[in-house]
Structure formats: structure tokens, C-alpha cells
Design a protein around this ligand. Structure first.
Ligand code: MG
Length: 171
């Protein structure tokens, strides 16, 4: 059985992932309003992936026979001064999530819950990717600032992203 305070720490992380989905959903709206459909598609995929992260944590708690408590989700910011500012906020947010995952991992280890720590390995690795992909777009948007037309090319490229769906059982 998972220790009660570790369960609570998982509940907090579920909330963090759902808030992430909410924040990125707000960014979808922002990019749609700026007539950047490719950026909106990218953020829509990000939103779906965050919901999957939350679901992964919820399913794991059920598997462990633990309680699942869902808290209120905070209201996200809804506007940014530029596409670059939005992606800088996304990058900063992912750095925050990485810290949350590191703390959760440390708690699992401290509780001697090896199963939970091993489960969280996936999230530790995922955060490396999350930070890298947001930072890459920040850097590209910085380059695009001095090149008219580059934003539209980038928008077209970003529109190709599809959410990474979890593999079906047995695959
Ligand atoms: Mg996440």
C-alpha cells in the first residue's frame, strides 16, 4: 500500500498536470486569436499530452489501490504579449513541472517506495523532452524576430505535430 503522504504528493502532481493542460488550452486560444493555426495545433497536441500525463498518474494510483483526490484547477493566464512570450512562459512552466517531478521522485525514494520511483522514471525522462522542445521553439521564435515571413513558415511546420498517444496494451 502506498503511504498516505506519498498519495497526497501524487494528488498534487495530478493537479499540476491538469493545470498544464489548462494553461496550454489557453495558449491554443491565444494562437487561434493571432491567426497562427499551426502554433494552435502544436499547443492542442500539448494539451492532450498533459491530460494523458494526469491520466497516467490517476491510473497508477488505482492500480496501487490508493485514493484519488481531485482538487480545483487554477485559472491560467489567457494572453501573452507575443508568440515568443507565450513559448517563454511554456518553457518556464515545464522547468517548474520538472522540479515538481523531481520532488515527487525524491519523496517516493524517501518513502522506500521503489515501485513508485520506477514508475516516475518515465516522467523524469519526459521532462527532459518537454523542456528541450519548448526551448527549441523559443530559440526559433527569437531567430524569426529578425526575418519577416519566418513566423509563417514556422507556423506551417508546427501544424504537423500530432499528440503522442499511449500504446495500446500488448503493443
Ligand atoms: Mg506533463
Amino acid at each position: 500500500m502506498m503511504k498516505a503522504d506519498l498519495q497526497k504528493a501524487f494528488h498534487k502532481q495530478i493537479n499540476e498536470e491538469l493545470y498544464s493542460a489548462y494553461l496550454y488550452a489557453a495558449m491554443v486560444n491565444f494562437f487561434e486569436s493571432k491567426n497562427l493555426p499551426g502554433f494552435a495545433t502544436w499547443m492542442r497536441a500539448q494539451t492532450i499530452e498533459e491530460l494523458i500525463h494526469a491520466e497516467k498518474l490517476i491510473s497508477y494510483l488505482h492500480e496501487r489501490g490508493a485514493d484519488v483526490k481531485l482538487d480545483a484547477i487554477a485559472k491560467p493566464t489567457s494572453t501573452w504579449k507575443s508568440p515568443l512570450a507565450a513559448f517563454e512562459a511554456a518553457y518556464k512552466h515545464e522547468c517548474h513541472i520538472s522540479k515538481c517531478i523531481d520532488n515527487l521522485y525524491a519523496r517516493a525514494t524517501k518513502a522506500g517506495d521503489n515501485a513508485a520511483a520506477i514508475f516516475l522514471n518515465w516522467f523524469v525522462n519526459e521532462q527532459v523532452e518537454e523542456e528541450a522542445s519548448a526551448d527549441e521553439i523559443v530559440q526559433q521564435l527569437k531567430l524569426a524576430q529578425d526575418a519577416p515571413g519566418a513566423l509563417f513558415m514556422l507556423d506551417r511546420e508546427m501544424g504537423a505535430r500530432k499528440p503522442a498517444m499511449p500504446a495500446a496494451e500488448g503493443e
